[in-house]
Structure formats: structure tokens, C-alpha cells
Design a protein around this ligand. Sequence first.
Ligand code: FES
Length: 92
Amino acid sequence: MADYKITLPSWQGLSIRYSSDLHSNLLEALEEALEQERMQIEYQCRQGYCGSCRVRLVKGKVGYPCKPLAFVNEGEILPCSCHPLTDIEIKL
Ligand code: FES
């Protein structure tokens, strides 16, 4: 079991939890928390193809069980295809 803190300073400093027991990827943790705040995150394919879920990783590290096909710039991640390896800070 892995449990990490996800901080979103651009969204009023919102801080949420990622748990490998509850979430299969970072997008699931973001959706769950943002739904409670009545906010949404963009996504389409949920499989690393389209790039629409792309966000900026400000601090920390993430891992990809399978290499995604979508293009990402330096410092960007695809929440639908990755999971935190440390506490992270992201900018939506
Ligand atoms: S939703 Fe398509 S790459 Fe994440």
C-alpha cells in the first residue's frame, strides 16, 4: 500500500490523498477529490493516447506502469496513466 499527498496550490491550496488501495491512477484520485469540491479535470481516453489530461508536475515524482503514447513536454505528466511515487505538487 502506498499513500501520498497531492497538493494543488493553484486550486486554493487544495490537498488530497492518493492511495494505491483505492486508486489505480492519479486521475482517479483527482476526480474523487475535485468532485467533492464541484470542480472537474479534463480527460478523454483515460489510456495515455490523447494527452487531454496533461498537467504540470511542480514537485515530486510519478511512475508509469506502461509508457503512454501521448506527447508531454518536460515537466508535464498524464494523470490517467501514472501514479505518485512521492508526495507531489501539481498545477492543473
Ligand atoms: S485522458 Fe487521454 S492521455 Fe489521459
